[in-house]
Design a protein around this ligand. Structure first.
Ligand code: 9MR
Length: 563
C-alpha cells in the first residue's frame, strides 16, 4: 500500500537511465535521510543522506538534494523522506526517454492543418479536417502586380503554430531548423524510429515525413513572381476556442518581408541537403527547395531591410490583423543563418561574402527571433566539408559554443534544482520550457565536440527539469509524469471534450511576465509563475518552436544513450 505522493519531492517523473546521474529535490529543510523503495518487492533498496540546504534565488524557498545516482538496478521505485512522505513513482531503465521523444514528434502530427486525424493514428484525439487553406486571400499588405489584394491562392498543410490555428513563417523557421538539425546530428537514431503516423510505412524516416508536412506548406508561401516570402497565413483575429473544422473565417497571406524570407531560405537550403538522399522517393523535391532558397536569397539582396511591423501595417491596410506578431527588428542573425545554410548546401563561398559570424560576441540562446547559433551548429556539423579558408571560422565558432556551454555549467552544484535551467532570471521568459531545451541543445553540441560528460549530464539536468525537477512540480510535457499539465492553452485540447489534453505537447512553463492576467498563478516568483489553466497563454500555451527543441533534447539524449 503506497500512500498519496507528496508534491514536495521533485524529480523527473518519467525516470532515469541505470548508469546516469539521478537526483531528486526535497523541498524544505526537514529530515536528514531518504530511502528508495522498490515498488515490486516493497523493500528499501537504498538509503542516502540529504545534501546541504540550498535556496531558490527567486522565492528564497529552501530545498535539499537527494542523490541516488549509484542505484543502477532496473525497476520501479519511489523515494521516501519520513517527514514528507513518498515521491511520485518513477522507473530506472534503458531508453527511458524514448517514449517522450516519440510523443513529442507525434505532437507535430496533432498540429497538422488541412487534414483529418483518424483514430488509427490520433487515438481518442481523432478529429475532422479543418483549415483547408486551399483558397486563402492575398492581404492588401501582400499585394503585388501579379497577385493584387483579394487574389485567391492555395496554401494548405503546415502545422498550427501553437494553441492558435495560424501559420507563421518566422516561427516555422527555427522549428524546422531544429528538427532538421536533430536529424542531421543523429540520422541513425531516426532511421528506425516509428511514430505511428500515416506515412510510417514509407521509406522515409518518420521525423522527416512530419517535417515534410510543414515544408510543403512553406513552399507555397513564396511569391512565385519575385521570390519574397509572406510573413504568415492567418485569420485577421484569433479563432474562438473551437475545433479546427468549426473554423470558417477567411484567411490571408500577409506582407512579405526580409526576416521571414531569410528564415525560409535557411530552412529550404537545409531541407534541400537533407532530402537529397530521398530523390527516388521524392523526385525533384531537393532541387525545388534549393531553387526556392536561391530565389528567396535573391529577393533579400533587393529588399534587405523590409521589417514586419503589425501596428504600422494596420494603419495602412484593411482588415486589421491582430494575431501573433513575430516582429523581429534585427535580421542580422537570420542573415548569418541563411548564409551558413546556403554555403553548406551549395559550397559556394559567395554566400559568406560580407557575412561576419560575430564570434567576438557571446553566443545568444536560440529563440524565434534569434537564430545565429543555428548557423554555428550547422558549420560545426559539416566541418569535414569545409575548405582550408574556413578553418579560422570553425575554430572561433567552436569556441563560442563551448564558452556558452561552460557558462551554463558554472555553479551548477549550488542550484536549488541542480539544473542548468533557471540560474538567471531571464531564463524564465515566455516559453521558458524551450529555454531549458535550447540550453540542452547547446550542451549537446559541446558534448559532441569534446566528449566531456559534464556537458551531457548538464543537458540531462534540463530534461529532468522539464519532466518534473522544478519549482512548480509539474511535468511540462502533456501526457507524461504524475503531476501532468491538464489544461494547456490549446484550442483542440479545450474544445474536443476529452479530459486529457492532446499528448506530447510542451507547455510554455513559468513566466513571471504573467501577461495573460489569468487567475490562479501561485505568486510572482519567476520559477513558480505557472498556472495550469487554459486562460494562461503566457505560461501554459504550447508551440511548435518549443516542441522542436524538446524533440532535439530528448532524442539526442536517447541517441547518445547512457550505457
Ligand atoms: O513565443 C512568443 C513569445 O516570445 C512572445 O513574447 C509572445 C508575445 O508576442 O508571443 C509568443 O508567440 C505566440 C505567437 O505570437 C502566436 N501563437 C502563439 C505563440 C506562443 O504563445
Amino acid at each position: 500500500q503506497i500512500a498519496q505522493p507528496t508534491n514536495d519531492i521533485r524529480l523527473n517523473q518519467v525516470g532515469f537511465y541505470p548508469v546516469a546521474q539521478k537526483k531528486a529535490i526535497v523541498v524544505g529543510e526537514k529530515g536528514a535521510e531518504f530511502f528508495l523503495r522498490d515498488l515490486k518487492t516493497k523493500k528499501v533498496i537504498f538509503k542516502g543522506k540529504l545534501g546541504p540546504v540550498l535556496k531558490s534565488p527567486y522565492s528564497g524557498k529552501k530545498s535539499r538534494v537527494a542523490d541516488f545516482s549509484s542505484v543502477q538496478k532496473v525497476g520501479k521505485y519511489v523515494l521516501e523522506v519520513s517527514s514528507l512522505g513518498v515521491s511520485y513513482p518513477f522507473e530506472i531503465k534503458n531508453e527511458i526517454h524514448k517514449s517522450v521523444a516519440t510523443a513529442a514528434i507525434r505532437g507535430f502530427y496533432y498540429q497538422r492543418a488541412s487534414v483529418a486525424l483518424p483514430e488509427k493514428f490520433a487515438g481518442k484525439w481523432a478529429r475532422a479536417a479543418g483549415h483547408p487553406d486551399d483558397k486563402i486571400l492575398i492581404h492588401p499588405s501582400a499585394a503585388s502586380p501579379e497577385r493584387p489584394a483579394g487574389t485567391v491562392m492555395s496554401s494548405p498543410r503546415g502545422w498550427y503554430d501553437a494553441g492558435d490555428y495560424n501559420k507563421y513563417i518566422v516561427n516555422s523557421g527555427i522549428t524546422m531548423g531544429t528538427l532538421l538539425s536533430v536529424y542531421e546530428d543523429f540520422p541513425v537514431y531516426f532511421k528506425n524510429l516509428k511514430t505511428n503516423i500515416p506515412e510510417s510505412q514509407n521509406a522515409i524516416p518518420d521525423l522527416l515525413d512530419e517535417v515534410l508536412w510543414n515544408l510543403r506548406w512553406m513552399l507555397t508561401m513564396q511569391d512565385p513572381a519575385d521570390g519574397g516570402v509572406y510573413h504568415k497565413l492567418t485569420n485577421p483575429r484569433f479563432d474562438g476556442m473551437i475545433m479546427p473544422d468549426a473554423c470558417k473565417n477567411p484567411r490571408y497571406a500577409v506582407q512579405k518581408n526580409t526576416i521571414a524570407t531569410l528564415d525560409f531560405v535557411a530552412v529550404m537550403a537545409q531541407a534541400s541537403r537533407v532530402f537529397k538522399v530521398y530523390e527516388k522517393q521524392l523526385p525533384g523535391l531537393s532541387d525545388s527547395c534549393q531553387i526556392a532558397a536561391t530565389r528567396g536569397w535573391g529577393w533579400v539582396q533587393k529588399n534587405p531591410a523590409v521589417l514586419y511591423n503589425q501596428n504600422e501595417m494596420n494603419t495602412k491596410f484593411d482588415p486589421d490583423v491582430v494575431t501573433g506578431g513575430y516582429e523581429d527588428k534585427d535580421g542580422s542573425d537570420e542573415l548569418i543563418w541563411a548564409a551558413a545554410e546556403m554555403y553548406i548546401t551549395t559550397k559556394d563561398e559567395n554566400y559568406l561574402k560580407n557575412i561576419s559570424f560575430e564570434t567576438d560576441k557571446p553566443m545568444p540562446l536560440p529563440s524565434w527571433s534569434q537564430v545565429k547559433a543555428l548557423a554555428y551548429y550547422t558549420i560545426i556539423r559539416h566541418e569535414k566539408q569545409l575548405g582550408p579558408v574556413d578553418q579560422q571560422y570553425l575554430r572561433s565558432i567552436k569556441n563560442t559554443v563551448l564558452n556558452f556551454s561552460d557558462d551554463l555549467l558554472k555553479n551548477l552544484d549550488n542550484q536549488p534544482y541542480q539544473t542548468v535551467m533557471g540560474k538567471v532570471a531571464k531564463d524564465f521568459a515566455w516559453g521558458s520550457s524551450a529555454v531549458a531545451a535550447n540550453q540542452g541543445i547547446a550542451l549537446i553540441q559541446a558534448y559532441k565536440l569534446t566528449k566531456d560528460k559534464n556537458y551531457l549530464n548538464a543537458a540531462l539536468s534540463n530534461l529532468d527539469y522539464i519532466l518534473g525537477r522544478n519549482a512548480t512540480g509539474y511535468s511540462f510535457l502533456t501526457g507524461f509524469g504524475s503531476k501532468q499539465v491538464m489544461h494547456p492553452h490549446h484550442r483542440p485540447s479545450i474544445a474536443d471534450g476529452i479530459v486529457e489534453p492532446v499528448p506530447g505537447l510542451l507547455s510554455g512553463g513559468p513566466n513571471p511576465g504573467q501577461q495573460d492576467k489569468c487567475e490562479g498563478y501561485p505568486n510572482k516568483f519567476a520559477d513558480e509563475s505557472f498556472v495550469d489553466a487554459d486562460c494562461s497563454y503566457a505560461s501554459n500555451e504550447i508551440a511548435i518552436n518549443w516542441n522542436a527543441p524538446f524533440v532535439y533534447l530528448a532524442a539526442a539524449i536517447e541517441a547518445l544513450s547512457y550505457k
